[in-house]
Design a protein. Structure first.
Length: 238
């Protein structure tokens, strides 16, 4: 693209058909007076502008991560005297189950629920009811074989059951003996590796994946950011 080329806008209808619009900016208007204007710079010069307006109150733009290539944008109006901090945070209902055989955990290796909640909440993007289940090698292998046709125990599995009423319900299953071996082999602390897998599993539950390079890059970037906020190192560093 040369520096004198102008980006183009396209309108897409409900059937996915695209029609190019001859414009330098595009505005979306709501019946209640809210509007959102997007203006693009010429080629690689300048910045993308996103401006919200409202007939009353102060417009507020909120960006929330969705899937790997999707960002949810909300345009709200802040009325006078209302604090943005009043917007409720996503709610996590966490249940922890332990099914690790005693011979596979002679000393307590599992983090306490308070710590697990902290890790899971750091990756929370929506209301969720999550069961985190610790399993041993046999159950981990059976679940991986039954649901993924892979005859071995893997470190973490996720299962989504319900997404009705705006809340997500699902399981994060972590095979403790596998994770202990991985942490030792990779020279990582067990706590850091477990935190990574809890975050990884939570992102999987909420729709993120790593089946292709683009998805993997987006998911790994989010994991690094979340773990850094929790005080853990980059889990993908060599």
């Amino acid at each position: 693209m040369t520096t004198n080329e102008q980006p183009s806008f396209h309108a897409i209808d409900g059937r996915g058909r695209s029609r190019e619009l001859k414009a330098e900016a595009i505005t979306v208007r709501w019946p209640d007076g809210r509007s959102l204007t997007l203006a693009l710079p010429f080629a690689d010069e300048g910045e993308i502008e996103l401006q919200a307006e409202a007939s009353a109150g102060v417009p507020v733009i909120t960006l929330k991560p969705g899937a790997c290539n999707l960002v949810m944008l909300d345009v709200a109006v802040l009325e006078e005297g209302v604090d943005l901090d009043d917007e409720p945070e996503p709610t996590l209902t966490l249940t922890v189950q332990n099914a690790v055989p005693e011979e596979e955990e002679r000393k307590r290796l599992r983090p306490k629920k308070k710590l697990l909640r902290q890790w899971a909440t750091a990756a929370l993007m929506r209301d969720a009811n999550v069961t985190l289940r610790w399993v041993g090698e046999a159950e981990g292998r059976k679940l991986n074989a039954d649901f993924r046709d892979k005859d071995y125990a893997t470190n973490v599995l996720t299962f989504v059951y319900d997404e009705t009423d705006g809340a997500l319900t699902g399981d994060v299953v972590i095979c403790l003996p596998v994770v202990v071996r991985e942490a030792e082999a990779q020279g990582k602390s067990l706590t850091a590796h477990l935190a990574h897998l809890v975050v990884h599993g939570m992102l999987h539950l909420q729709g993120m994946d790593h089946e292709d390079p683009v998805e993997a890059e987006a998911m790994e970037a989010m994991e690094r950011e979340i773990l850094a906020s929790l005080g853990f190192p980059d889990p993908y560093a060599e």
